[in-house]
Ligand binder design. Sequence first.
Ligand SMILES: Cc1ncc(COP(=O)(O)O)c(C=O)c1O
Length: 286
Amino acid sequence: MNKTVMINGVLTSLEEAKISVMDHGMLYGNGIFEGIRIYNSKIFKLKEHIDRLYTSAELLGFEIDISKEQFIEDVIKTAKSANYKDAYIRITVSVQSYIDLSTPEYSINRVIILLDDDIIPEEKYAKGMSLVKIDRRRMPTVAIPMRAKTLNYLNSILALKDAHAKGGDDCVMLNTDNFVAETSASNIFYIKGNTLVTPHPDAGILVGITRNAVLDIGVMLGMETKEELFGIEDLLNADEVFLTGTAYEIMPIRQVYDQQFSIPGTKTSLIRKMFQEYIIEHAITF
Ligand SMILES: Cc1ncc(COP(=O)(O)O)c(C=O)c1O
């Protein structure tokens, strides 16, 4: 059987992959992660994901014990070993120390897992998703830097539970200042006329790799692109709404609160189509 996991530089199988129970990721959520796609044996935006991983570590105040170049080599080695044509790469980096919260001395656990890709069926895109209103807010950056992709996803997990309890597919997560931030685990866009708008990073979002790609695509399509702070009314008055993320790519939204949108929206469809071409151009062979 192919070895599909690498732990601290050593290839192993999913069944045998183990890390210490004293890992601070497990004890306290003290760690970071990335999710990356392999499309047709090519890794999409690997450098950008690794850059974000190192930024997340910096925001959490710890240092990854190998260089970015070595990390990229490890991901490629694991991808070659797993040998999946289409796959999801999950990287987790956590701090290992002792039971104390403070970690004057620590080691790092680097885990790279390759999973056979579970591609979202086309019917889901055709149906689109609904976003409901919830009371829970996006955790403010003054508490935890939301630009970091940390192992503490409780805010998102609870928000998604709230959304499902209300019969929605997901929710709009407003920040504590009432600006639209994102959904439980994806970035949000709206289109009004020829303008493509997404929340500014100051709204307290994870700055998605797919989000940034879609902003590039908007420019290529001759749209005006804006990153700004906006409220729920702007979303409700939009022509089209969609989500972006590594798993979803570009997901049309058919309903926000009580407001319905006819899908597929013309511009969303065009952006989706362009994104497929963009993937081919921005993925590297391993
Ligand atoms: C909270 C949150 N926002 C946005 C995204 C989308 O980011 P990306 O496009 O890099 O996958 C994710 C992805 O997991 C996420 O967890």
